[in-house]
Design a protein around this ligand. Sequence first.
Ligand code: NAI
Length: 505
Amino acid sequence: MKVQSTTTQQDDHFLISNYDYKSTNIEKNGDKYIAKPQITNFKFKTDTRIPKVGVMLVGWGGNNGTTLTGGILANKFNITWNSRRGTHQPNFYGSLTQSSVIKIGTCNTEEVFVPFKDVLPMVNPCDIVFGGWDISSMNLADAMSRAQVVEYDLQQKLRPYLEKLVPLPSIYYPDFIAANQGDRADNVIPGNNKLEHLNIIRKNIADFKQQNNLDKVILLWTANTERFCVEDPNIHGTAEKLLKSIESSHPEISASTIFACAACLEGCSFINGSPQNTIVPGVIELAEKAGVFVAGDDFKTGQTKFKTCLVEYLVGAGIKPKAIISYNHLGNNDGKNLSQESCFKSKERSKKTCVDDILESNKVLYPTEEELNIDHTIVIKYCPETGDSKKAMDEYIAEIFLGGRQTFAVYNVCEDSLLAAPLIMDLLLLCELFERIQFSKDSSEYQRFDTVLSWLSYLMKAPKSESGITTINSLSRQRAMLENLVKVCAGLTIDDNLRLEVRYG
Ligand code: NAI
């Protein structure tokens, strides 16, 4: 695809697009709103050179880590496999960047769509070099068998590639994850000195980068859900205080926060795929100083994706959700870990907040704070027989015309890691792309996006935003935000869905 326009320039290294952003400024005058449309000029500059990228996963030997690594290798080497349903080809279904399309315009009256990944130059996932840590020493082939996610025949075909991959020893603070994880912790960096731990992880990152001749490395936490650390401004509030607390091996410094600090200090962006409060203010300051991104929290895979669509549909239709009752039956190691109350609490929090802004937006349905307090209940039960095929059973009760009720009972089988792996890939590819984009507002100096990469909220259950910026949970708005950003950077026109060119030529 090539854009021919006077507002877009391209040379060997950069693509620059000029964009007039139209917004509406609202002023309140008593009980009236005064709307003032305005236009702000932005320039977006994308470095079109594709770097050699390495990814280090924390929890590499888990269900997500093994499924992602094996799935990408299957695609890279075009490995086919057999099951009782026949012969299967590898694909990237479930990946926004690889398997979804974006409308770029119309040809006569026909709408034209291209793959998301073709709008701006992006890294090919098959070129990513993977590495990482796990508290379990199993090589990735054995870990994949333990996970019971991938079909047996594919496991066998991937074995020669995966058995050579062994996670680095990791830091293990048993107080932060469930006690039932202790029996797999045979690959642990010894000692209790958190500063030494930080330095070892930093060295691991530097060595990985150098040994694989990489331009950049991104870190992603896909290890067990930790309990929330007891956040305290004196411990976690600034970069300096955080580093001091690490130096004194403070008990409220979690393993995930050590990894986030190590990433920032080594100039790598960090993504938190679990719900806990890893990205404390001190981490954000470290990332800011290093010029890298942080993003989180908790992958938005099956049930929450569906929930944010359904609630958006109801509220958008003027129907009032009054209760959402969610049951989860999980049989994988994630479920085992979440069976401990402290870890469940982290998950409950991120699952519960995902519809708040959708409800809050509609003051016709929810005129008071009290009415916003709907009955939103989350239950997670560990049922080993369920394996990685998580069962999500949700009841949605909504109030309709004249006091009537509409109830949905939804049964959703989420093959957890098969949904999570392509989503993790998208997080990595988009984070890498955003590291190559700068913008200028009203001819100011070019700058990078804010440190907390809320552009990735489509992929996060409890999206973290820059302070002062409200969080958007609506899936369609999150997707439109990402789609529009890449279109604007490429110099394409954003679609407002009026379709006037089709209706009136
Ligand atoms: P898993 O339990 O199979 O894998 C986690 C891995 O992390 C294990 O191999 C464990 O040994 C390792 N680990 C634990 N503590 C560690 C540490 N300090 N350092 C290094 N490794 C450590 O879990 P799974 O299914 O892969 O999920 C990973 C995370 O992603 C969980 O927190 C889960 O809640 C989160 N998540 C998963 C989703 C999914 O659909 N699979 C969706 C949303 C979030």
